[in-house]
Design a protein around this ligand. Structure first.
Ligand SMILES: C[S@@+](CC[C@H](N)C(=O)[O-])C[C@H]1O[C@@H](n2cnc3c(N)ncnc32)[C@H](O)[C@@H]1O
Length: 227
């Protein structure tokens, strides 16, 4: 486990304990009650723990990183009480999820979009596993995110802006943590028949969005049928 994993896990569980994770779900007006739920890029399982208290019918978490999955297993076994639902955890990589079409009522994918190489391919895959009428909740970072680092000189903000510029020109991400324009994400969602309903920002830095959350609903009619 790297220092970065350790710091991320500690912060994620602090946010869970402080009720921040629940407030993010509430801001999007999302609950998992009686639903079939998939959390993509579940990391150390913080969101899964929050969702499990809604007693969903099914709760599944997937992640690319075996270290995070191991941490999720250990935290969940300690934190999930008998009255909440025990999630299934497996290693899987967006954009190739090992689930049939229309398997879930709710798909969450928080802070994973900065890491996937192509937004449209990733969002199309998330929509594929969602039932018509189902809810997709995603989040990512906007241009305000690295501005928080500017107080001290660090290379990371510069790298992120550079990556974002290249992404803007060629449409492909070349390093992790590329920043996104959430309006562009909404346009992609509309194009694949998943309609954005709620947009939420935690804070803006110098007028730029730091972290965005989007709730979108998959329409009952596929985009192909409407053409
Ligand atoms: C910033 S963390 C977010 C974790 C958690 N969703 C949260 O909100 O705290 C990003 C997570 O996405 C995972 N991830 C990155 N790329 C992925 C991919 N292509 N498929 C699945 N998981 C991915 C990482 O391993 C990591 O756990």
């Amino acid at each position: 486990m790297t220092e970065w994993h350790r710091a991320y896990i500690q912060n994620a569980y602090r946010e869970l304990e402080d009720g921040i994770t629940r407030r993010q779900l509430d801001a999007l007006r999302i609950d998992a009650i009686g639903k079939r739920v998939l959390d993509v890029g579940c990391g150390p399982g913080n969101l899964l723990v929050a969702l499990s208290t809604d007693t969903p019918e099914l709760l599944v978490g997937v992640d690319i990183d075996a270290i995070f999955l191991e941490s999720a297993r250990s935290h969940i076994s300690k934190l999930i009480h008998r009255y909440s639902v025990d999630p299934a955890l497996l290693r899987a990589v967006l954009p190739t999820l090992p689930f049939a079409d229309a398997s879930f009522d709710l798909v969450t994918c928080f802070l994973v979009m900065p890491h996937v190489p192509d937004d449209k391919t990733a969002l199309t895959e998330l929509a594929r596993v969602l039932k018509p009428g189902g809810t997709l909740a995603i989040s990512g970072h906007g241009f305000g995110f690295p501005l928080r680092y500017l107080k001290r000189f660090r290379l990371k903000p510069l790298q992120m802006y550079l990556a974002s510029l290249i992404y803007g020109c060629i449409g492909k991400k070349w390093i992790r943590n590329t920043l996104q324009n959430d309006r562009k994400i909404c346009d992609i969602l509309k194009g694949i028949g998943v309609m954005p309903k709620v947009r939420h920002y935690n804070k803006k830095v110098l007028g730029c969005v730091a972290t965005y959350w989007i709730k979108a609903i998959k329409s009952d009619v596929s985009p192909k049928e409407t053409q």
